[in-house]
Write a protein that binds this ligand. Structure first.
Ligand code: AQP
Length: 372
């Protein structure tokens, strides 16, 4: 990443992240060690929304604040149909991409969700503490189920699995994009219910959502929607593995509006504003600098798109090279995931033992077989 880009991100996120962490650790988490957890689905290639809204924050937290536990959440991705061979390939690509973006396995734990079955075991315990009515209200379920005739049960309960992902690691903070806010609220709710019923067991996890536009990068073809991996139109997103030609093609086709001037107005001009956000995040230029530059050069939105495409292509070229380099060493990727599995299992099993003991689904040696 360019120095300018880092500087800008620092300005945007530094105060927010450190304030959030400081504020939270003086409240309910006082007895809990600070732990940061997040996840990403291997449903497709990583796009600029994931990168600017989530991954850059993860790398920043890892390098400046604390280690982070990251899960490639394959069990979430199968809530909608996946081809097994493609899924396996995507898991490898996702791991390679996270490493290429700066996730450092010496500092952080990177693992595949399905290899730590304690996640699904805690999911069952938690699913017994929530109601169908609560889950039916969650926006992502509503959005995704609308398009389906038969709704898989997994799609309905996946926010509970997400809560289990967070709670099984006793995470105090969860850095995510804006789309995840309500799911994190469910995790908070379940932690509170469990703690009230069985005694304090879980910290109440706090979402870390950047309070800037990066938390919602928009779909290039329909800027009223967020950029997403599962959107059928590949032109709707820029993937980190896209070539410079593919980036140029996609940015040129990005939907803007009939005003030719380049200025930021997220509400009325979401298309061009989204391009300006991406441009600003990747170069470190402020909105004002971008506006002044475009106007002094008399760039209309068509010409401005070429400037954005070049900035994106320049930023992503070295990352793409690193992704390909990691992909040429699949054994290295498996080793990283195995190391992550061992570490994540240690933490998760400890939590699960505590939960089982409190719920009564396991007996400790002292009360084994004792009938009073
Ligand atoms: N457009 C976005 N802008 C900012 N942040 C985003 N995130 C996702 N989209 C944007 C954040 O990226 C992290 C990983 O989320 P994900 O794996 O759920 O990614 P996705 O692109 O949202 O994937 P899908 O498969 O398309 O899922 P759905 O359809 O559920 O959105 C998260 O922290 C997320 O907030």
């Amino acid at each position: 990443m360019s120095i300018g880009g880092y500087r800008l991100l620092k300005n945007i996120n530094k105060i927010f992240i450190s304030q959030t962490i400081r504020k939270a650790s003086t409240k309910a988490e006082v007895n809990f060690q600070k732990r940061i957890f997040s996840g990403i689905q291997p449903t497709g290639g990583v796009h600029l929304g994931n990168y600017l809204g989530a991954i850059l924050n993860w790398v920043k937290i890892q390098n400046e604040h604390s280690n982070i536990t990251l899960s490639i959440v394959d069990l979430h991705s199968i809530t909608l149909p996946q081809e097994s061979e493609i899924l396996k390939k995507r898991i490898l690509e996702m791991t390679a991409t996270l490493l290429a973006c700066g996730i450092d396995p010496d500092k952080s734990t990177l693992f595949l969700q399905s290899t730590v079955p304690q996640h699904t075991q805690l999911c069952w315990q938690l699913s017994c503490l929530t109601t169908m009515a609560r889950l039916a209200h969650l926006p992502q379920y509503k959005e995704k189920s609308e398009k389906l005739k038969d709704i898989p049960l997994g799609l309905f309960i996946y926010p509970v699995l997400q809560a289990a992902d967070i709670l099984v690691h006793k995470a105090t903070h969860v850095p995510v994009g804006e789309d995840q806010a309500q799911q994190i609220q469910l995790a908070q709710h379940l932690a509170k219910i469990f703690n009230t019923k069985y005694g304090t067991t879980f910290p109440i996890p706090h979402a870390i959502i950047a309070d800037d536009t990066s938390s919602r990068i928009r779909n290039l073809r329909n800027p009223t929607k967020k950029m997403s991996k599962s959107e059928p139109d590949p032109k709707s997103r820029i993937q980190l593995s896209d070539t410079s030609d593919a980036i140029l093609e996609k940015v040129k086709k990005a939907v803007t509006d009939f005003t030719s001037e380049v200025y930021y107005d997220a509400e009325n001009r979401p298309g061009v504003s989204n391009l300006m956000v991406i441009h600003s995040m990747l170069t470190g230029l402020s909105m004002e600098e971008i506006y002044q530059d475009a106007n002094s050069k008399k760039l209309d939105t068509g010409k401005y798109k070429l400037v954005v495409a070049e900035a994106v292509a320049n930023h992503l070229a070295p990352i793409r090279e690193k992704i390909n380099n990691y992909l040429s060493r699949p054994q290295y990727i498996y080793d990283i995931l195995e190391e992550g599995r061992i570490h994540a299992t240690e933490v998760a099993q400890k939590t699960l033992d505590e939960v089982n003991l409190k719920v009564g689904t396991i007996l400790n040696t002292e009360n084994n077989f004792v009938v009073s």
